[in-house]
Ligand binder design. Structure first.
Ligand code: ADP
Length: 164
């Protein structure tokens, strides 16, 4: 079984999409094993995006700054989901980074519309609703960063009670 970190970014919270997005993951059979609302500061996001993922070198200083400004603009919902190959499954459900390009049927494709060019021209971060861990190493480091041991739970779903 695999665990992955999902963040419902400030735009998800501010648009009232939290329930709808969590529902999609639950419908796919993914198990919520941790969840909380949190409003981290810049340093916290620096660890998440740069120390763990090295985003600054990929994006460049300006886009990295815009992304941080966007993320600190409001609280987020942090979620740990568990399931079979959950990391890849969740990435597939989330869709392409740029909402303009994200396919219909994905969360970003169904609930967001924005292009990188337009956001950059407005000196804005890219409001794309969700973060989801990219691979196993990232998932482990991100879960450790966002959740303590006592905030993560082992329990059986109804289906597991009936079948195990
Ligand atoms: P993802 O969130 O799809 O894994 P990345 O890890 O590459 O994407 O980037 C992290 C976040 O930085 C993205 O979700 C997006 O909000 C922002 N971002 C990524 N690429 C760009 C870009 N070219 N211009 C502006 N913002 C970007």
């Amino acid at each position: 079984m695999e665990r992955t970190l999902v963040l419902l970014k400030p735009d998800s919270v501010q648009r009232g999409l939290v329930g709808e997005i969590i529902t999609r993951f639950e419908r796919a059979g993914l198990k919520v094993v941790g969840m909380k609302m949190i409003h981290p500061d810049e340093d916290y996001y620096h660890h998440h995006y740069e120390t763990i993922s090295g985003l600054k070198s990929r994006l460049g200083e300006a886009a990295f700054r815009r992304n941080t400004e966007f993320m600190v603009s409001g609280p987020v919902i942090a979620v740990v989901l568990e399931g079979v190959e959950a990391i890849a499954l969740v990435r597939k459900m989330v869709g392409d980074t740029e909402p303009k390009t994200a396919a219909p049927g994905t969360i970003r494709g169904d609930y967001a519309h924005m292009s990188v060019d337009h956001a950059n021209a407005k000196d804005s971060g890219l409001p794309n609703l969700i973060h989801a861990s990219g691979d196993k190493k990232e998932a482990e480091e991100e879960i450790t960063h966002w959740f303590s041991e006592t905030e993560l739970f082992d329990y059986k779903t109804t289906n597991q009670h009936l079948t195990q």
